[in-house]
Design a protein around this ligand. Structure first.
Ligand code: SAM
Length: 281
């Protein structure tokens, strides 16, 4: 029986029993593998790191998309940096009236996702309110003139092409691209195993945004417990919305979710001591 071993961590990892490999290629930017697993459905890995699986992708995509948009309450323009598998885009366009711009550096990821992981984008790449730009997200925000109500950074980990999306210069440019009352959220790793990623995010975001915090989600194939999503906004009130107002906005959408609920939205900002301690350093 074939197996796939994730190589993100030196001394600890996860191994998937593989039913069949659907694609394995070296794109211009990274090593890309899609395989059918015994337990998690289809799985995408980039440079040996699990990016998303059919079984638990909603735990991540729903939280990275709906928390900032429902907290904002009146988002019209959303920028997604990375996100080439289409999962975030799929969730963002579910919000009526929201225009989504996705900036992905590697067209090979989009092509792969359309063909081998169609349930992730679920047609979102062709949605009338979706615009797909192929390019480096850092260069896009540095050069763009337009502003956004919400910026979602759905990047790989800080290695290879993704490293620049964890830089202070990128965060400063994102700050300039946010409209008044705007919110930026980021993929900020699993702090139990990637404590530096959280510390760096905390320090780099705080020098540019009025309100910086983290919120958490639980994604079984993002090894090591809770995953932190970075929160950076221009209006501290956004993070403190009462659950009643989040619930009325959510109920108005009539969305069927697999992980997100208004209570989880509000509760996800409560951080365990070990994560708060990393923010004190
Ligand atoms: N959910 C995954 C996670 O938490 O690790 C991330 C999923 S998505 C596949 C990450 C995407 O970021 C990849 O498609 C990758 O090509 C893209 N990416 C990496 N660096 C980028 C950059 N500088 N600009 C735009 N997209 C980038």
């Amino acid at each position: 029986m074939l197996t796939f071993e994730e190589t993100l961590h030196l001394h600890w990892g996860q191994v998937f029993k593989v039913r069949r490999t659907l694609l394995h290629e070296r794109t211009e930017f990274q090593d890309l593998v899609v395989f059918e697993s015994e337990t998690f459905g289809r799985v995408l890995a980039l440079d040996g790191v699990i990016q998303t699986t059919e079984a638990d992708e909603a735990h991540y995509h729903e939280m990275l998309a709906h928390v900032p948009i429902l907290a904002h309450g009146n988002a019209r323009d959303v920028l997604i940096v990375g996100g080439g598998d289409g999962g975030i885009l799929r969730e963002v366009v579910k919000h009526p009236g929201v225009n989504a711009t996705l900036v992905e550096i590697d067209p090979g990821v989009i092509e792969m996702s359309r063909k081998h992981l169609p349930s992730l984008s679920d047609g979102a790449f062709d949605h009338p309110r979706a615009r797909v730009v192929i390019g480096d997200g850092a260069k896009f925000v540095a050069g763009a003139a337009e502003t956004f109500d919400v910026i979602i950074v759905d990047s790989t980990d800080p290695h290879g092409p993704g490293a620049v999306l964890f830089s202070e210069a990128f965060y400063a440019d994102c700050r300039r691209r946010l409209a008044p009352g705007g919110i930026m959220v980021t993929q900020n790793g699993v702090p139990f195993l990637q404590p530096d990623e959280l510390g760096h995010g905390w320090r780099r975001l705080r020098s540019h945004f009025d309100d910086v915090w983290f919120y958490v989600t639980a994604v079984p194939t993002y090894l090591g417990g809770l995953m932190t999503l970075g929160w950076a906004s221009l209006d501290p009130a956004c993070r403190r919305q009462p659950v009643e107002s989040i619930r009325s906005r959510f109920d108005a959408l009539g969305l069927k979710t697999r992980y997100y609920t208004p209570d989880i939205h509000v509760g996800s900002f409560a951080l365990p001591r070990y994560i708060q301690d990393l923010m004190a350093e």
